[in-house]
Design a binder for this molecule. Sequence first.
Ligand code: ASP
Ligand code: MG
Length: 424
Amino acid sequence: MMIKVFKFGGASVKDAEAIRNMSAIIARHLDSPLLVVVSAMGKSTNMLESVFRDFRDQKDWEPGLLEIKNYHTNIAAGIFETSDEIVGEIENTLQHLKDYLHNLNSEPEKQVYSEVVAYGERLSTQIIASFLNQNMGNTQLLDARDYIKTDSSFVDARVNWPETCQKIHSILPSLQSGSIVLTQGFIGSNQADQTTTLGREGSDFSAAIFAKCLKANSMTVWKDVPGILTADPRLAKSPVKIPVLSYKEASEMTFYGAKVIHPKTIRPLAESKIKLYVKPFNSPDDEGTVICEDGPDKYPPIFIQKKNQTLISFIDEELGFIDEEKIGRIFHAVHELNIKVNLMENSAVSFSICIDTQFDHVEKLIAKLRGPFKIAYNSNLELFTIKNYDQQALTKINDLKNILLEQKSRNTIHILHASNKATL
Ligand code: ASP
Ligand code: MG
């Protein structure tokens, strides 16, 4: 079976027109079995995050929820001739969220977060399944939480691969040419069937999980960019598309913060040699970028800007050297908190790590490691990386001010700085 996995992100389902366009793309690919993974519509995950924050901070969260309801019902009104039924379904779904929030006791913060934000994907697939069924028929909606099984870290949850693959195998008989299996990105569930999430922008990873477990022939991510570019088009003036990338190059780019694909996406695909296409949904016949085993020998310089970084330095209280035992202690804490280290550096008496500024990671690290270490940190930083740099590319770093850390290898340079942003 030539199974294809498609992933449509928030921008590709952000309004009625986008959804019609998505449906047209799907309609042209029904000659082989197709699994479609969809994210939350537009910026609705951000809206849900803000409902979560309001709830957590004991502010009035109901207006935020109303905004989410209006956003989705407006879209539904734009794609259905009579939207009463689907609007009723949307209201019903959101009523569950309301009831959930009203009845909470003292569940851990990350658990509540995951439950709340998962409503974005649940709503989007609910609406899209109805729409596809109305237009093409034969769309089966699956709840991704029944298939993607994870640990209980809730946010950035780790996948239990054997169990997940076993569950996903059961979808195989449903995958037939001419029909569509639709499911949510980003969400999964733990052993207790509580909702977990795979990290922001994690729908790409979801699609890769399905692709790997289904032994798909290819996976395609439909995006609002022509393919993978040498820099983020929102930040750079004239980025260039890279037609072919190796898994290794793509995976390194995402590790350093390239936004185009979620960092965890590449590995499962590379393990099973499944090609990943990144294509523009506005111009679906374009080649886009293909990510596969062998890329070109030489790549152009690639510029990556990762914002919202914090640099934390651990200094030995007694000014003793930072030895391996102490580094081990730091990493033990980092691992326990499921924190990703983007860059690190050691000196004689201190060890520094650069991490994403998110949740209460900094506070938690400090709470765990205060005592043996004196801890200092700087937030609001940007990690600017140039991969495959050449002399001309290096001129881009001349204007960077307040550089806190710089690391240069033969191929890559990383600069952690406190200027507003690098200008490209
Ligand atoms: N909706 C989630 C987010 O915005 C997941 C995704 O888009 O991939 O982060
Ligand atoms: Mg999204």
